[in-house]
Design a binder for this molecule. Structure first.
Ligand code: ADP
Ligand code: MG
Length: 323
C-alpha cells in the first residue's frame, strides 16, 4: 500500500517545530487522513542520498501499537529541497498540545488549575506505552529514540499512545541541530557530557516529561535561545541536583519513586526500560481499564475542538475591537 505524493490533498496545518512543518493531508484513493511532514534540507546530493538511505530504515520498522505508523519518505527535487515523511495521523495531537489546550481553558476561567487532565492513571498509561515502544525499537532494530519530549508523544481517540520522530537518522538530527538548539533541553547529563548514549538517555527524558505534565512547567527552568542561555541550561543539568516532583502536590508514592529513578543523574544507577516496565507505578496504572482511557481520549478530542472554536471567536472579537 505505497502512497504517491500526487494522490495527496492538503487539509490544513497541524503544527511546526524545530525540524519542519506537519500538515493534515487526505490520501484521495482511499479517503484516509494522514500526516505529512516537510523538512527543508541542504541541496547537496551527498547529504540527501545519505538522508534517504537512513530514512529507508524506517520503512523496515514493522507496525507496532506504540509507534506511529510510517507510510513512506520522499525527496522533492527541483523546486523545493525538502524531505517529506508520511505518517499516521493522530487525532488527539501531541502531549504538549494537550497541555497547552488545558492551560487555555484554565486561563479562560472555565477550568480549575487543580483539575489537571494528566491524572496518575493517565500518566501511567502514557509512560507504559512509551517504555514499551522504546523497548520494541531497541529490541528489534537497535534503534534509540533520542528525542523523547511531549511533542513526540501522540494520542488518538481510539485510545492509543504512540511515539514518533525517533532518531533513525543521525545525519538528519545533526543537520537540524546545527541550526536549532532548542530541543536540547531534554538531554540527559551523560549525553551532554558526550558519553555513550544508550536507551537510558530516553529514560531521563521520560522522567522530565512526567514532571512537566504534572506541574505544567518544564522542570529545569527557562533558558534564552542565545548560546550563553543554552550553555547555562546544559551546565545546570550536569551540575545541579536532579529534578523532582515538587513537594505539596497530591502525588502517590509510586509516581514519586518512578520519577526519581528516571531522573537519576548517574546513568549506571538509572533503571533500564525493562526494569521500569515492572515498576509499581506502571503495573498499578495498567489496571485502569482500556475503556476508561479511551473515554479520556474522546474527552480530550472534544476539548481540542472546543478550544479551536473558542480561539477563532477570540480572534474575531479582537478584530472587531480594533475597528
Ligand atoms: P516538534 O516535534 O519539534 O514540535 P514536529 O515538526 O515534529 O516538531 O511536529 C510539529 C507538531 O505537529 C507537533 O508538535 C505535533 O503536535 C504535530 N504532529 C506531528 N506529527 C503528527 C501526527 N502524526 N499526527 C498528529 N499531529 C502530529
Ligand atoms: Mg516531532
Amino acid at each position: 500500500s505505497s502512497i504517491e505524493l500526487q494522490d495527496l490533498v492538503q487539509l490544513g496545518k497541524i503544527g511546526s517545530g524545530n525540524s519542519g512543518t506537519v500538515l493534515k493531508t487526505l490520501h484521495v484513493p482511499d479517503s484516509r487522513v494522514i500526516a505529512k511532514k516537510s523538512i527543508p534540507v541542504e541541496n547537496k546530493t551527498l547529504v540527501k542520498n545519505q538522508l534517504m538511505r537512513e530514512l529507508s530504515i524506517m520503512q523496515n520498522v514493522k507496525p507496532h501499537d506504540h509507534i506511529v505508523g510510517f507510510f513512506g519518505a520522499f525527496y522533492t527535487a527541483s523546486t523545493t529541497n525538502e524531505i517529506i515523511i508520511l505518517m499516521e495521523y493522530m487525532d488527539c495531537g501531541s502531549l504538549d498540545k494537550i497541555m497547552s489546550t488545558y492551560k487555555a481553558f484554565v486561563r479562560r476561567g472555565s477550568l480549575e488549575a487543580s483539575a489537571n487532565w494528566f491524572t496518575e492513571p493517565v500518566l501511567a498509561r502514557i509512560s507504559h506505552s512509551i517504555l514499551d515502544g522504546l523497548s520494541y525499537l531497541y529490541r528489534e532494530y537497535k534503534i534509540i529514540h533520542r528525542d523523547i519530549k511531549p511533542s513526540n508523544v501522540l494520542i488518538n481517540s481510539k485510545g492509543s499512545v504512540k511515539i514518533c520522530d525517533f532518531g533513525v537518522s543521525k545525519k538528519l538530527i545533526n543537520s537540524i541541530a546545527d541550526t536549532f538548539v532548542g530541543t536540547s533541553t531534554y538531554m540527559s547529563p551523560e549525553r551532554i557530557q558526550g558519553n555513550v548514549y544508550t536507551t537510558k538517555g530516553d529514560v531521563w527524558s521520560l522522567g522530565l516529561m512526567i514532571i512537566e505534565l504534572v506541574t505544567g512547567e518544564f522542570p529545569l527552568g527557562g533558558h534564552s535561545d542565545t548560546p550563553e542561555g543554552i550553555l547555562d541550561l546544559l551546565q545546570r543539568i550536569v551540575n545541579e541536583p536532579p529534578p523532582r516532583l515538587p513537594p505539596g502536590l497530591p502525588c502517590s508514592r509510586e509516581i514519586v519513586d518512578f520519577v526519581n529513578r528516571c531522573c537519576l543523574k548517574d546513568e549506571k544507577e538509572r533503571p533500564s526500560l525493562q526494569e521500569l516496565l515492572c515498576h509499581d507505578f506502571i503495573v498499578r496504572g495498567r489496571s485502569q481499564g482500556d475503556r476508561d482511557f479511551r473515554h479520556w481520549c474522546k474527552r480530550i478530542k472534544k476539548r481540542l475542538k472546543e478550544d479551536k472554536m473558542l480561539n477563532r471567536e477570540e480572534k474575531e472579537r479582537a478584530k472587531l475591537v480594533k475597528r
